[in-house]
Design a protein around this ligand. Structure first.
Ligand code: ADP
Ligand code: MG
Length: 695
């Protein structure tokens, strides 16, 4: 159908077809789905004479009056002057890529430029703008139709892949073969969700007749993209559920004893519900793949222990992987404390261990004498062999890559997996990126916790923070003081923390102050952490090594220096180090008054709420989905037109459609689903193999 190459299209030819292939356009279908990046019309084009704001991203259109190379003081540059139809002048500057820019346009050409404008001595200019040659196309802007501009940096333009070229070849393709475009969504979805016809949408995305038409076209294509993505995730999930899993008892002696006798508290309702989810999964004889989401301090470790005990009670082994040594040590000590007394053999794999000790542990794991191992990614090394691994728990799962999680699973025969995260995943992301996992939520915190008081203080008010710290120390409580650690300049940051350490030592001479940072050996690190936990140290000066998981309920204050330098989730995690006991806790963000807008925004969110779910939503909104949870994305197709942040309603609708389809025709057997099935199998399921293996 549309799977033929582009070579025989009018205006393409073998040379251009090759260039197209280089940018990922191999077939006519790829070409149709190569969506414009921006549109030009009289509402999006600015008049130079009306420009006001230096630094604003702007689009202008005009005719080139002069263009040429200028010999600068140090190196040559290329300059052009453009005049728009309201007689405004704009200077365009290039310092790089002169060879191709020279050939890109000449005086007399009509060109659209897009970039940040600068004002210098009354003259507007843009440096390295994006541009599109318009030439003779269309009359004046005031009457101009909406013109599509395509992706493509300098490289494309230099070889003649301009927006104009794309418009021409796509126009021809649609004109000659538009009626053959397959209808991939069945009519009941199109009408049920009030979508534009697929053929019309593909024409309109490239050649919109009006803004409302373009909006409808975008909506339709976003829906389509999100629909197939979610369908794919469902397919991955369904395939996994067909896999044989290890049937485990959930009523075994050790688990019962743990829940009845070892735990000093009863489970919260949410914990109990999550436990039931796990019990149901492992009893069914299929492989569990569950994501446990619970805010900091909500008590996920208890569930990890319960899941591991299900394996032990059934004669199998469990593994517990966490991202940092500090966290691993701590999890190890809680596991030993709770599970040791009921006869469970828990082992630690840590960097500080001697070879002999380590080898013994490896032997015990291989023979089955050890029941549970706790470790960092050390547990996925080749040397680690299990006798019968049935349960893999991964704490702070987003810190691990897809591949690392996969390697742990490969150590058993379809072991159950419990992924845990304290960074809640916003629903839109959960649907589009984690839709293949079963999810349990712990929203509620154990009873008796008091909300943490959070304050933001400038340097001038440092005294108030010091007073708070001294007051809390006087009550017998403990304090964390955190300094940022920026990877590129670890040395200077260390100096920050070290300087802070000296200062606190003199400020609180009557108390014991400790220092822990990422460059310490793990032995030393652990010793400091344990002394803090035991109450021998009152103030712990730290870098972000304490970010996740550290649990010392007697600590009631956390001071975060240079809080403007941390990310939102990170700040939330660190705040979660306090508020773990019965006493009132405090979090103080010290911040430079010269914060960026984004930093101010982050701190505002944290002052307003302690709800991790709200914080994640905001984090996603501020950062955009690209930077949020990078690792999971590998293996899934990228979104080309939809946006996880802005298109939440469409995500929800597409999800509804996927669910309705599952009820209506789970095997896509109906005639009306033939085209959809073909499209799905050919372009999405084909990508599934690699992904399913990893996850
Ligand atoms: P996180 O979800 O952040 O990993 P943890 O598992 O470290 O939380 O638990 C935080 C603290 O809450 C621990 O000190 C733990 O013993 C305690 N805790 C967990 N569940 C309960 C409960 N149901 N009632 C009271 N305290 C609990
Ligand atoms: Mg935890």
């Amino acid at each position: 159908m549309f799977e033929d190459g582009t070579m025989y299209l009018k205006g393409v030819g073998s040379r251009r077809a090759k260039m197209l292939e280089e940018i990922g356009i191999a077939t006519c279908r790829d070409l149709l789905h190569f969506y414009p990046r921006r549109y030009l019309d009289h509402t999006t084009v600015s008049k130079v004479v009306e420009l006001r704001n230096d630094g604003e991203a702007t689009t202008v259109v005009g005719t080139i009056v002069v263009a040429g190379e200028v010999q600068g003081a140090r190196r040559p540059r290329y300059e052009a002057i453009m005049v728009d139809e309201w007689n405004g002048r704009m200077k365009l500057l290039w310092f790089q890529g002169l060879t191709w820019i020279k050939r890109a346009f000449a005086p007399g050409d009509r060109v659209a430029f897009h970039g940040k404008v600068q004002l210098f001595r009354g003259e507007w200019s843009m440096t390295h703008p994006e541009f599109d040659k318009l030439d003779e196309e269309g009359p004046q802007l005031s009457t101009m139709r909406i013109l599509a501009l395509y992706p493509g940096g300098a490289k494309f333009q230099a070889v003649g892949l301009t927006s104009k070229t794309f418009r021409r070849i796509i126009h021809h393709l649609i004109k000659t073969r538009g009626w053959d475009i397959p209808q991939v969504l069945p009519p009941w979805i199109v009408s049920g969700f009030d979508l534009m016809d697929g053929r019309v949408a593909l024409r309109a995305i490239h050649f919109p007749k009006s803004q409302p038409e373009l909006d409808k076209a975008r909506e339709r294509l976003k829906f389509e993209e999100l629909f197939f993505l979610q369908l794919l995730l469902r397919r991955i999930q369904a395939k996994r559920q067909l896999r044989q899993g290890i049937r485990l008892h959930s009523g075994g002696p050790k688990l019962s004893q743990f829940l009845r006798d070892s735990l000093p508290f009863t489970l919260t309702n949410d914990q109990a519900r999550a436990l039931q989810d796990i019990v149901r999964d492992v009893a069914e004889g299929r492989q569990m793949h569950r994501l446990l989401q619970g805010d900091v301090g909500s008590g996920k470790t208890v569930l990890a222990m319960a899941a591991l005990l299900m394996a032990v009670d059934s004669g199998y082994q469990g593994a517990f992987m966490a991202p940092t040594e500090v966290l691993v040590e701590q999890q190890y000590s809680s596991l030993k404390k709770y599970l040791g007394p009921i006869g469970v053999e828990v082992r630690l794999l840590a960097g500080r261990q001697r070879k002999k000790e380590r080898e013994q542990i490896l032997d015990e794991l291989a023979s089955g004498a050890a029941h549970i191992v706790v470790g960092t990614h050390a547990v996925i090394q080749d040397k680690v062999k299990f006798n019968r691994l049935a349960m893999a728990v991964i704490d702070e799962q987003h810190r691990f890559g897809v591949r690392q999680r996969g390697s742990l699973l490969a150590k058993g025969r379809n072991p159950h997996t419990l992924l845990m995260t304290a960074t809640p995943i916003p629903r839109s992301l959960a649907l589009t990126r984690y839709g293949d996992l079963d999810i349990s939520l712990i929203k509620e915190l154990p009873a008796g916790r008091k909300p943490i008081h959070t304050r933001l203080l400038s340097e001038k008010r440092r005294g108030e923070m010091v007073k708070l710290v001294r007051d809390e120390l006087a009550k017998g409580h403990q304090v964390y003081v955190v300094y940022p650690q920026v990877e590129e300049s670890e040395k200077t940051d260390l100096k920050d923390a070290e300087r802070g350490f000296m200062e606190w030592k003199s400020q609180c001479a009557d108390y014991a102050v400790g220092l822990v940072h990422g460059r310490m050996l793990s032995d030393a690190k652990e010793e400091v952490m344990l002394r803090f936990k035991a109450g021998e140290l009152h103030v712990l000066v730290a870098t972000t090594v304490i970010e996740v998981g550290v649990d010392t309920p007697n600590a009631t204050v956390i001071v975060i220096e240079h809080s403007e330098r941390f990310g939102l989730s990170q700040l939330h995690q660190m705040r979660g180090r306090v508020g773990r006991g019965q006493a009132q806790s405090y979090c103080v963000f010290m911040a430079d008054y010269r914060q960026s807008t984004e930093a101010r925004e982050r701190l505002r969110v944290l002052l307003e709420t302690t709800d991790g779910f709200k914080i994640s939503d905001e984090d996603l909104r501020i950062r955009g989905h690209g930077e949020f949870f990078g690792t999971r994305q590998s293996g899934l197709p990228d979104l080309r037109i939809a946006d996880i942040v802005d298109d939440t309603p469409i995500i929800e609708n597409a999800n509804k459609a996927v669910k309705q389809l599952a009820v209506r025709d789970p095997l896509f057997a109906a005639e009306e689903h033939k085209a959809m099935r073909h499209y799905f199998e050919t372009f999405f399921v084909a990508q599934l193999e690699g992904f399913a293996r990893a996850g």
